[in-house]
Design a protein. Structure first.
Length: 166
């Protein structure tokens, strides 16, 4: 399952943001208990921080930690894939304010912890012509499907020794 999100900015109340996190959690629960690879991507308007946090976030990030997104990922068994790969700073930031020199990382791609190894690379494309103050965020994901073996009905095996014994 793939999901695209656009979370409210810091101008909104925390209750509104928590309500959206609850809606996303409900969708995740409907999806199943971990059988399928779930990818949640988008503008989270949150900062993960530049230090590792258990299995949720890696050290390759920008900014100071916002606990709301980290806690959400930890409760739902999600991993922030952007923070797992060592990149140059220009490949980390996803947004810059117009007329401002500061760079921010607000966009993330989250996957279930079970499928974190299927994500091979995540980076931004700062030169992409998309007419936005945000950079395009791309991920390379290789999913291997399990081979299903179908059992065919066998013909009944005749016990020939019983037949000859009579």
């Amino acid at each position: 399952m793939m999901m695209q999100v656009y979370m409210p900015t810091s101008e909104h109340e925390d209750d509104e943001v928590e309500e959206l996190y609850d809606i996303i959690k409900e969708i995740l629960e409907e999806d199943g208990k971990g059988d399928t690879n779930t990818i949640i991507m988008g503008d989270w308007n949150s900062v993960v921080g530049d230090e590792s946090y258990r299995n949720t976030a890696g050290p390759q990030s920008l900014g100071r930690k916002s606990h709301m997104l980290i806690n959400f990922c930890e409760r739902n068994g999600l991993t922030v894939t952007n923070t797992q790969f060592r990149k140059l700073k220009r490949r980390l930031y996803t947004c810059k304010a117009p007329g401002d020199w500061s760079r921010h990382q607000f966009d993330y791609i989250l996957v279930k912890h079970r499928f974190r190894n299927s994500v091979k690379d995540v980076k931004t494309l700062p030169g992409a012509d998309i007419d936005s103050d945000c950079n395009l965020l791309v991920a390379k994901i290789c999913t291997r499907l399990k081979k299903m073996i179908k059992f065919q009905k066998r013909r009944p095996q005749w016990d020939l020794e019983k037949l000859y014994a009579q």
